[in-house]
Design a binder for this molecule. Structure first.
Ligand SMILES: [Zn+2]
Length: 249
């Protein structure tokens, strides 16, 4: 006798359970907003399907999609990507009523701030001299904005870490798998080794610290690095936190 095949119709998927939990935590207003968004989205999809021009595009989509495989890594300036419908995601024309975030048409209402539940503190102006360097109209400001990557490099605290997946052959890009992380390393170097990255903040002598930073990139101005170094020691939360940890050790 053949085994009895059980129906799969009543089975709740993981996605359905998550969706039900999310909707269970929504207020009536949020649920009404999401329903309204879903109605508008479905109406848009149906309108697109009934348009003869779009139907023509829909038929062509699989072939175009196949041709776009890895296109982001092999950009070809001869191809007018903006004319390919599946690449066009529209403009940032939707404004969130809670946080004023700009979003694309197909993004969900809760994507930016979970319907007003997430409230971030307002960004304050950066302290001087960073504010003048970023927004000023001086020669120093112009030089700083043209070389921000180098100045940033003089003060980097950590290195980027991820599991890199080997892809045969040369490629200017690399592929990672899993979660990215930051490598901070030890607060102090090993004996007979130079201070590196975060460790430079804890050299203990501002002139030696400045020498080490200036040696990282030659196209930077010493007086500007000195100003930024003093700023970080005074205002940067991470530097202050690590200094306290080092004092305790
Ligand atoms: Zn929002």
């Amino acid at each position: 006798m053949p085994p009895i095949r059980r129906s799969n119709l009543g089975r709740r998927t993981r996605r359905a359970i998550i969706s039900q939990n999310v909707r269970g935590n929504q207020t009536q207003v949020e649920r009404a907003e999401e329903n309204e968004w879903r109605r508008a989205h479905i109406a848009q999809v149906r309108a697109a399907q009934s348009s003869p021009q779009i139907q023509q595009n829909v038929v062509r989509t699989p072939a175009i999609n196949a041709g776009l495989n890895r296109a982001a890594f092999e950009y070809n300036s001869a191809i007018a990507y903006k004319d390919i419908r599946c690449v066009d995601i529209g403009s940032l024309s939707v404004v969130c009523q809670h946080c004023n975030a700009l979003k694309f048409q197909s993004e969900t209402p809760g994507l930016c701030c979970a319907g007003g539940k997430v409230k971030l503190p307002v960004l304050t102006h950066p302290p001087e001299p960073l504010h003048s360097l970023l927004y000023g109209n001086t020669i120093q400001s112009k030089h700083f904005l043209e070389n921000t990557q180098k100045y940033n490099g003089c003060f980097q605290m950590k290195s980027f870490g991820a599991q890199v997946v080997d892809v045969p052959g040369y490629s200017p890009t690399f592929k990672i798998q899993g979660q990215i992380h930051h490598r901070a390393g030890a607060l102090l170097p090993l004996p007979n080794e130079d201070h590196k990255f975060l460790q430079i903040h804890f050299v203990g002598d501002s002139a030696i610290e400045l020498d080490q930073r200036c040696a990282i990139f030659t196209a930077t101005k010493r007086e500007m690095i000195e100003q930024l170094q003093n700023l970080l020691h005074e205002h940067n939360e991470l530097v202050r936190l690590f200094k306290t940890a080092l004092d305790m050790i």
